[in-house]
Design a protein around this ligand. Structure first.
Ligand SMILES: CC(C)(COP(=O)(O)OP(=O)(O)OC[C@H]1O[C@@H](n2cnc3c(N)ncnc32)[C@H](O)[C@@H]1OP(=O)(O)O)[C@@H](O)C(=O)NCCC(=O)NCCS
Length: 171
């Protein structure tokens, strides 16, 4: 059976499209930066080419490369890592450090949220982050998510940290 691919989504400054092998150098740079991976879950891949290739080959229809329209460069990725009962989705985003602070993550996540509501017809979204990850918390809060709880010393997919849990209705 043919694999379903992520649909291309255009925003003012960005294009979200399926990951390709051409994105691997950018992915290696991103996951090879300790500032990027500092607060990420314990299953964050090592930045070798083989691990990146595995990610590209295992790509799902809910995972996008983020491309800057102006330069056509890979600046990060965003995803819906899980969907339950066609009701609740989880969202996440990672950018190369040199592209932080421009509102690109917000623009990409806004588009993903629109896709969740209008195409996937989900009703609710959630996001989890290390409670110390201030940039991620600012981003999630700026998208209108509510901080429901902080789970102390919790299992963030193999890494122990305080997990902030956010959610938002998109009905
Ligand atoms: C989390 C992460 C994606 C946030 O990236 P970001 O660039 O800070 O987020 P945004 O796109 O929302 O940009 C917001 C910043 O851009 C600024 N900005 C500049 N121009 C802007 C514009 N045109 N529109 C909106 N914001 C703009 C905002 O003022 C804001 O700055 P502030 O955070 O100092 O208040 C990034 O820090 C990252 O990749 N971290 C590592 C991975 C990670 O931890 N991901 C979360 C995993 S759970």
């Amino acid at each position: 059976m043919e694999k379903k691919e992520a649909p291309t989504i255009k925003t003012q400054r960005l294009t979200l499209r399926r990951l390709t092998e051409n994105d691997i150098p950018g992915m290696q740079k991103m996951f090879g930066n300790a500032n990027v991976t500092k607060y990420m879950p314990g299953d964050t891949p090592p930045p070798d080419r083989h691990s990146m290739l595995k990610i590209v080959r295992a790509r799902r229809e809910t995972e996008w490369a983020i491309i800057l329209n102006e330069t056509n460069e890979f600046i990060g990725d965003c995803m819906i890592p899980s969907i339950a009962e066609n009701y609740l989705g989880e969202i996440g985003c990672v950018l190369l450090q040199e592209h932080w602070g421009n509102g690109y993550a917000k623009e990409a996540m806004f588009a993903v949220i629109g896709h969740c509501a209008n195409t996937l017809k989900l009703k609710r979204l959630c996001a989890k982050t290390d409670d110390q990850n201030l940039s991620a918390k600012r981003l999630i809060e700026s998208l209108g998510f509510n901080k429901d709880a902080v789970f102390p010393e919790a299992n963030f997919i193999g890494r122990v940290c305080d997990i902030a849990f956010y959610s938002k209705s998109i009905e």
